[in-house]
Design a protein around this ligand. Structure first.
Ligand SMILES: O=P(O)(O)O[C@H]1O[C@H](CO)[C@@H](O)[C@H]1O
Ligand SMILES: O=c1cc[nH]c(=O)[nH]1
Length: 238
């Protein structure tokens, strides 16, 4: 049944879904990786597609930017469309000095500067963590495929333009890999709803060094990230 934000019919989504922030990336993923992809929703320009990948049903849908947007879609997909495994495929800003542009990261934890998930467990500093099964499957797939995958904590921030210039060096001192804007919310929703989630990201820029990928570089590295996400989902389905 359609929700306030998704116009798809019952059964239109697969249990497995990729979640980029950018609607154009959702379309490119559907066109590049899925067979027989069809558009199942486009409310507010947030497109979702379902097709097959290696013979299995697979969906991809944009989330927009930030936790308020991403958690609306994640919640509705899980509660009303039966989605059970959600892998965010995002761009991230590198923080760790070892990260190169184009590297793929998987978030084994997500710190946050947001209060968005704090109301869920008052009095507790909640740990935003992914599905271990999905994380392990992503790491195993990357090893086998020869993809350089860095696994570690990220910061999920409410602000793309953060006013506190000391934040990134302080996070770097705690081994934080990168910054993005949705993983913590996705992990909290998935945990609360009893389903599995993971955030995989491509380093599109380095927030300390100040370099960033040109657009054709983004296209190539985006393929490595998506293949890791699809490989992890495929391994769990077997
Ligand atoms: O490229 P996406 O998936 O949108 O992810 C990152 O890019 C956006 C900011 O430019 C935020 O959504 C951030 O998390
Ligand atoms: O949230 C994000 C995503 C990419 N790069 C950044 O600096 N921040």
């Amino acid at each position: 049944m359609p929700t306030p934000h998704i116009s798809a019919a019952d059964g239109d989504f697969a249990p497995d879904i990729l979640l980029p922030g950018d609607p154009r990336r959702a379309t490119r993923i559907a066109e590049t990786f899925l067979d027989d992809a069809r558009l199942v929703t486009e409310v507010r320009g947030i497109v979702g597609y379902t097709g097959t990948y290696q013979g299995r049903p697979m969906s991809v849908m944009a989330t927009g930017m930030g936790m308020p947007s991403a958690t609306i879609y994640a919640t509705e997909l899980i509660r009303y469309y039966g989605v059970r495994r959600l892998v965010r495929v995002g761009t991230v800003g590198g923080i760790h000095p070892d990260l190169e542009l184009g590297d793929v990261v998987a978030a084994s934890a997500a710190h946050t500067d947001s209060d968005m998930t704090a109301h869920r467990l008052p009095g507790v500093h909640y740990s935003h963590a992914p599905s271990f099964a999905l994380l392990r499957a992503a790491a195993d797939f990357a090893d086998e495929a020869g993809v350089r995958l860095r696994v570690g904590p990220v910061l999920t921030s409410d602000a793309f333009y953060h006013p506190d210039a000391t934040l990134v060096p302080r996070l770097a001192a705690y081994g934080t890999l990168a910054v993005e804007m949705e993983a913590a919310g996705l992990y909290a929703v998935a945990a609360a709803e009893g389903v599995e989630a993971l955030m995989v990201g491509t380093v599109s820029d380095h927030v300390v060094r100040g370099d960033s990928l040109p657009s054709e570089g983004r296209e190539k590295t985006f393929a490595a990230m998506v293949s890791v996400a699809l490989g992890a989902l495929g391994a769990l389905a077997r």
